[in-house]
Design a protein around this ligand. Structure first.
Ligand code: ACO
Length: 371
């Protein structure tokens, strides 16, 4: 048996959803550059789940389906209120709340394809409501009910702040959601596929994926980037901070990638977005600091930013709390998880690899008194 640590380079499945080839990322054949520039998040979700972009009628129907399903049952608000609010990570709350949604859905275990697609809509629609409700409840505020007349991205910002976002903020957030929607067989997506390949339900698959996304080597990195930027108060301090971290062999969050060795194409788009957004808001300092750190790490380690690096500047400038960065990632990536869950169930086989045993050789049992 041969093993590869971290399954590096192992092709574990075929998939028609997204592709990374020569450092170009596509969803169903469309480049993320084109989708980020021209599509909306709702169009991208439809594309990921159905294989084709919707026409105008299909899009209208899909949008209203999402909007009509965004309200969460009272039990979910009660649950969020009952959980601790301080020193608890919003990703842990999200993981718990999505699991609870499954408990409350009478169709949770119905594995029929049509029902699974309806459940997919319900999860995608409700996840924004859960994340924003937690943010408000922990501040002692009432959750804001979703609005049917707003798009997915604008609705998230509206429920978070209680006021309609500007056009620039809504469009920037929409683009950010598009860029995080899917990414081939990343750790959380693989987790979702492994989970449902046992023929477990879609809620279990998304709950498991949220758990995997939470870690700082994956989705949790965007929050850690912001925490690092918060510690560096000026560009002149950045050189010392980064040198010190590298000398201590610490990983710099938001840099490096298992697959992209010549740079993450999402980061290139996000860098431009961060620059434009901060110029628009008159708060360019964070962007300039981030761009300086990018230069430093490139020169010192030859490492390039991944999608989490400039996400931090974008989300912070949009007024999103730092510990909500990873839940925001989950709001978007739910679309990709669901696409992969549906694909896995469409042609399923249990995922059960082997491990090469490197423990004790065969030995005789010793009774407790004789040990
Ligand atoms: N800072 C400093 N050194 C790094 C970094 C980094 N961010 N990333 C990689 N390296 C170094 C490693 O120390 C290692 O050096 P060595 O060979 O001298 O020991 C070498 O580059 C290879 O790194 P690995 O960790 O083995 O690479 P792997 O492919 O396993 O990990 C990962 C990829 C997890 C993304 C890694 O680059 C990392 O930890 N980055 C920081 C966390 C992060 O930003 N995660 C988000 C990834 S994108 C996403 O999931 C959405």
């Amino acid at each position: 048996m041969t093993t590869t640590k971290g399954l590096e380079g192992i092709v574990a499945t075929t998939s028609a959803i997204s592709s990374i080839h020569n450092d170009v990322l596509t969803y169903r054949g469309y480049s993320i550059e084109d989708l980020a520039e021209q599509a909306t998040f709702e169009e991208v979700v439809y594309l990921l789940w159905n294989g084709e972009l919707p026409d105008a009628v299909q899009l209208r129907e899909f949008r209203s389906n999402l909007a009509n399903n965004a309200t969460v049952p009272d039990e979910i608000y009660d649950l969020i209120k009952a959980l601790p609010h301080q020193k608890v990570h919003p990703m842990a709350v999200l993981r718990t709340a999505v699991s609870a949604l499954g408990v409350l859905d009478e169709q949770a275990d119905d594995m029929d394809e049509k029902t699974n697609k309806q459940k997919a809509i319900r999860i995608q629609a409700k996840i924004s409501t859960i994340v924003t409700a937690f943010s408000r409840i922990r501040q002692g505020l009432e959750p804001v009910a979703p609005r049917k007349d707003l798009g997915f991205a604008a609705n998230f910002l509206y429920m978070l702040k209680g006021k309609e976002p500007s056009t620039v903020a809504a469009r920037t957030f929409d683009k950010a959601l598009i860029l995080h929607a899917d990414h081939e067989l990343n750790a959380s997506t693989f987790t979702a596929r492994v989970c449902v390949a046992t023929l477990s339900d879609i809620y279990s698959g998304v709950t498991a994926a949220i758990g995997a996304l939470k870690g700082p080597l994956h989705g949790g990195a965007n929050e850690q980037v912001m925490r690092m930027l918060d510690k560096i108060t000026s560009i002149s301090e950045a050189d010392f901070f980064i040198e010190d971290a590298l000398a201590k062999k610490q990983k710099i969050m938001g840099f490096g990638h298992r697959v992209y060795k010549n740079g993450d194409p999402r980061a290139r788009i996000q860098k431009k977005m961060a620059e434009e957004l901060t110029q628009d808001s008159g708060e360019e300092k964070l962007y300039l600091l981030s761009a300086h750190i990018e230069e430093l790490i490139r020169n010192r380690k030859g490492l390039l930013p991944n999608t989490d690096f400039y996400s931090a500047t974008i989300y912070h400038t949009l007024g999103i709390e730092t510990d909500l960065f990873t839940p925001v990632f989950a709001v978007s990536r739910t679309s990709g998880w669901v696409a992969h869950i549906l694909e896995q169930l469409g042609d399923n086989r249990l995922i059960r690899p082997r491990a090469e045993y490197n423990g004790q050789p065969y030995r005789a049992y010793v009774p407790v008194d004789a040990r």
